[in-house]
Design a protein around this ligand. Structure first.
Ligand code: ATP
Ligand code: MG
Length: 609
């Protein structure tokens, strides 16, 4: 990690006056604001809502963003990445090549120019960068290459949320690396590891408390992916951790330890069919049947994301009623990407959607089934009846699907059509996949960074292949690495605030020191403030002087709200006592007077302490 260069005598700190900048603090939080970052960034005059998920960054916010970006640039440059900038406006054909114009769906902002040509506002830039590199990289000697940019991105999020945490226009750092090898010093793995370390450095330097978690890598599967999560109860993402082994993964990716299972369990109830019309959800059905969701089987009809001759037509995923099917795990279990089955086609194939039972695996043509271990054990299950508006109770695997028994119990294919495998999202209390006897716990987090081994998805789509040392043409292997810059700013506030406002981690604070003048019209007060500000500025400290003609109470409230780490209060009274009052934003007490000559030094120790 590079040295702490928050302060440097080469760098001159800012000295600015509140009355000459724009910090419109207000008492009122936005009506829709629930989270601290949204409330405080708005009330403290950092951001202003322009439209749903669209914000002005006022001067204080701009200063924080610049500091975060500087830390990112320093660490990316030190890790060998190089900065460039590509357009926001991307011709739609580029996204069509990777089918992402469809994959992104409504998330993509599309527009038409005066000639009727379609373009998209970039939500991320794999396509345009891959195409650019294809035009300029022709030899293996030019690889590896890792390029990045810091730029506004556009995503028409369905539910923009919580101010900067989920915007429709937001700032991202995105990097893309290109290789011919996976291993070795020029390979993808080496760059991935360097980015991993750069991200650890970046978020540490931003003063964030974060976890690195294993993440689901999407439809390409198999490849590695990590998310950087700020640990925070207000986070949208669920992180599963094993305190015993240190294993951490997001809930989509999280593996679950061994869960013994067997089809060889005797029935405890007769099979009985019930008429259950128009019940709104699994809870209502369970109650009607005199059971709980945990006593029910949920059978989801899925299909291969891309059809082909060698794949079955249908995939049934069976989990316990209180569990959620995990598409990525189903994909890993069956060996190809899956998606929710098309309802009309599924009905035509005989599936009573909403009332499907595992028996369909032997009734519907060309169907395979994966069952989660927790959905196997048990003498009597409630399940759909395979006809609309009906459910069964007392379903027993051994009695009602005896075909399964002869080949069990192991989790390989039963005649290749049935398999038992972990196919659900982990929940707290599940066995840890890494430490015998330990259980998983859930935490909340905010995703601020994401690194990915992409493989050849984009280079294949753009036919980006080059000659290697042996004159063989090979597809270029890619990685991509994102950081939500504006989200990181909001995450700092989520993590660090109190009832009165923001408490910035020093490295990203808009100013390091706020000098509050008690009587700004007093000449001696102004000149004392100036001399402290000058000496702090020379030491690389950014200073804001609150010279407004406001009551001290108002200024102190605003000081707490905007969250500058150190406050110096100067007025005729403190000067009479020979100095100024120093206070750290995070400490509730106000210590006594510091003699004037000691103020800059004392200030530095508070900042560095
Ligand atoms: P999410 O799961 O939160 O929607 P994502 O996984 O789609 O995010 P990526 O494509 O991985 O996002 O983008 C890289 C980074 O950009 C994310 O780690 C996140 O910090 C940030 N980011 C993504 N979407 C938004 C958004 N709508 N507003 C602010 N930051 C965002
Ligand atoms: Mg992500």
């Amino acid at each position: 990690m590079s040295e702490n260069n928050t302060f440097s005598t080469v760098r001159r700190g800012a000295v600015q006056h509140w009355s000459r900048t724009l910090i419109p603090t207000t008492r009122d939080a936005p009506a829709d604001a629930e989270l601290p970052s949204h409330i405080f960034l708005t009330r403290a005059g950092y951001i202003r809502r322009v439209g749903a998920g669209i914000y002005d960054y006022l001067p204080l916010a701009k200063r924080v963003l610049t500091k975060i970006e500087t830390i990112i640039r320093e660490e990316m440059n030190a890790a060998g990445a190089t900065e460039l900038l590509v357009p926001h406006l991307v011709p739609i054909e580029l996204y069509a090549g990777t089918k992402r114009d469809q994959e992104y769906g409504d998330l993509l902002f599309k527009l038409e120019d005066r000639h009727g040509r379609l373009a998209a506002l970039g939500p991320t830039h794999e396509e345009i960068i891959t195409e650019m590199l294809k035009g300029s990289v022709t030899s293996y000697k030019q690889l590896p290459l890792n390029v990045y940019q810091i730029q506004t991105k556009f995503r028409d999020e369905f539910r923009p949320r919580a101010g900067l945490l989920r915007g429709r226009e937001f700032i991202m750092k995105d990097a893309y690396s290109f290789h011919l090898e996976i291993d070795g010093t020029a390979g993808l793995n080496a760059t991935y590891d360097a980015m991993y370390q750069a991200y650890v450095n970046i978020f540490t330097r931003c003063g964030l408390d974060f976890s690195v978690v294993e993440a689901e890598s999407g439809p390409i599967g198999g490849s590695a992916s990590h998310e950087f999560m700020v640990n925070c109860e207000t986070g949208e993402d669920t992180i599963m951790i094993c305190p015993e082994s240190g294993y951490a993964a997001n809930v989509e990716k999280c593996e679950i330890g061994d869960r013994p299972w067997s089809f060889d369990t005797d029935p405890t109830e007769p099979l009985k069919t019930h008429h259950t019309p128009g019940m709104p959800g699994i809870d209502a059905v369970a109650e009607f049947l005199g059971t709980t969701p945990a006593g029910m089987l949920k059978t989801i009809v899925m299909q291969p994301a891309e059809r082909s001759e060698d794949k079955p037509r249908w995939v049934l995923a069976v989990v316990r009623g209180d569990h959620d099917v995990n598409e990525g795990k189903v994909r890993d279990a069956v060996g190809f990407a899956v998606e929710l089955g098309d309802e009309a086609e599924a009905k035509a194939a005989g599936f009573a959607i909403g009332y499907v039972s595992p028996r369909m695996v032997f009734k519907a043509p060309d169907t395979v089934m994966v069952i989660d271990p927790d959905a196997v054990n048990g003498g009597a299950w409630a399940t759909g009846s395979d006809k609309p508006d009906h459910h069964d109770t007392g379903f027993n695997w051994k009695r009602d699907l005896p075909e399964l028994l002869p080949e069990g119990p192991d989790n390989t294919c039963f005649g290749c059509s049935v398999k038992v495998a972990d196919i659900r999202n982990a929940v707290p209390g599940d066995p840890s996949p890494r430490a015998a006897g330990a259980t998983l716990e859930a935490r909340r987090g905010i995703e601020v960074g994401h690194i990915f081994k992409l493989g050849t998805k984009y280079s294949d789509a753009f036919d980006f292949a080059i000659l290697d040392q042996d004159q063989k043409r090979r597809a270029v292997i890619m990685g991509c690495y994102g950081i939500g810059v504006s989200r990181t700013m909001a995450a700092c506030v989520e993590m660090s605030h109190d009832d009165n406002g923001i408490i910035w981690p020093t490295p990203v604070a808009p100013y390091h020191v706020l000098i509050t003048l008690i009587k700004p019209e007093d000449e001696a007060t102004r000149s004392a403030a100036k001399s402290i500000a000058d000496s702090l500025s020379a030491a690389g400290v950014d200073v804001l002087i609150d010279d407004r003609k406001e009551r001290p109470g108002v200024k102190f409230k605003d000081a707490d709200l905007i969250g500058i780490p150190v406050r110096i209060t100067i007025g005729p009274k403190t000067l009479e006592q020979g100095g100024a009052e120093l206070k750290h934003r995070r400490d509730p007490d106000r210590p006594g007077i510091t003699p004037m000559d000691d103020v800059p030094g004392a200030c530095m120790s508070l900042l560095l302490g």
